[in-house]
Ligand binder design. Structure first.
Ligand code: ZN
Length: 372
């Protein structure tokens, strides 16, 4: 494959200021050093830098994104929810220990959502991959719930924008290390959007955060059979992810026949992420991205939207994004991995994926193997 990827960026995504503190732990006076919030601007600035300076740079066409309109937001979120965000934007608000907005930070949320939609419009027109390099992530945000750093669900808003432009069936594949619970909730009874989440089997985070993302959550009512969860054991690496993509994601996509593939491109399944416990390397992300590109070319007439989700190591996430971007071009990664030295537990990975296949089958999934 050859060609280019259109990358969309808007400076306002840097307006969300999550500040410094002691995060991802109960408020504690046991520690002394205040650290930058994991979801902060440097991670995205580094991602932009590596795409501009790395070997992939000559294959990217940069565009300026935009803010989402109220009409676009209301395709997925509720009017009451917008009022809550607008009120929080006045003086800032901490929704919970780790999810907060500063006064004026809503411009960042609007830019992330609108830039995702601008990239969507580009891939609809050009039939080649378009990428929205945005923050904060969105996949934990439900129609009326703020959750896990997320306020507006960028991939969901892009899916609805595609349908407003005339597409009937859209697939969202989310390989962020965390379950895409907000996306799942928003489309749970909707047969027109296939939602797939590959994630760490991360268990319950206390009473406010029950475990979600198990295989038996597969949609409800008219949406039964259009929500595929692929929980992978902690420590899963490149091979387990690629096997799961080949054996479960691709058959589900082929059966659904989407006209557009959206990738929720979380990079926090990397081996060096502070918020994940998986072991993907740059090569693992590259291989997933190549598979996504191949599917979009063969089944979606080239419509492929890539939206940035998590990825919280501010250095390694950028390298993983570079590798994924070369994958979305249909090519291998040519940038040396500065950190990969993890062995691949190949036999263990095969056993895990085989057991997961049985669990999915027991629930009712009929996932035909890839035609050879
Ligand atoms: Zn995540």
């Amino acid at each position: 494959m050859s060609g280019f990827i259109d990358v969309f960026w808007h400076d306002d995504v840097l307006n969300l200021d999550t500040g410094f503190g002691v995060f991802e732990a109960p408020p504690s006076d046991l520690l002394e050093t205040q650290m930058e919030h994991p979801e902060s601007s440097p991670r995205l600035v580094n991602m932009r830098a590596i795409l501009r300076k790395g070997p992939v740079a000559e294959r990217l066409v940069w565009h300026t994104g935009r803010h989402a309109t109220r009409e676009e937001l209301l395709r997925f979120h509720t009017a009451n929810f917008l009022e809550i965000i607008e009120a929080a934007d006045q003086n800032g608000r901490r929704f919970n220990h780790t999810t907060l907005i500063n006064a004026g930070g809503m411009s960042g949320l609007l830019a992330a959502a609108g830039t995702s939609i601008a990239a969507l419009e580009q891939t609809m027109r050009e039939r080649r991959p378009a990428m929205a390099l945005v923050r904060p992530p969105g996949h934990h945000a439900a129609p009326d719930v703020v959750d896990g750093y997320c306020f507006f669900n960028n991939v969901a808003l892009a899916a609805r924008a595609a349908q407003a432009a005339g597409l009937e069936r859209v697939a969202i594949v989310d390989w962020d290390v965390h379950h895409g619970n907000g996306t799942q909730e928003g489309f749970y009874e909707d047969p027109t959007v296939l939602t797939v989440s590959m994630h760490m089997d991360h268990g319950t985070w206390g009473p406010s955060h029950p475990q979600t993302g198990s295989v038996d959550e597969w949609g409800r009512g008219a949406g039964a059979g259009t929500n595929l969860n692929i929980p992978l054991p902690m420590g899963s690496g490149d091979l387990a992810y690629e096997l799961a993509f080949e054996q479960f994601v691709e058959p589900a996509l082929r059966a659904f026949e989407p006209q557009l593939l959206i990738i929720a491109n979380g990079l926090d399944a990397s081996q060096f992420d502070p918020n994940g416990r998986q072991l993907l390397t740059m090569d693992g992300f590259n291989r997933l991205a190549r598979r996504a590109r191949t599917f979009a070319d063969e089944h979606c007439e080239g419509r492929l939207l890539i939206v940035q989700e998590g990825g919280y190591n501010p250095a390694y996430s950028a390298f993983c994004l570079h590798a994924a971007t070369q994958g979305f071009l249909g090519e291998g990664s040519t940038l040396a991995d500065p950190l990969a030295y993890m062995p691949l537990f190949e036999e263990r990975s095969k056993e895990d994926v085989s057991a997961l296949g049985k669990a999915l089958k027991n629930v009712g999934w009929e996932l035909a193997p890839n035609p050879s």
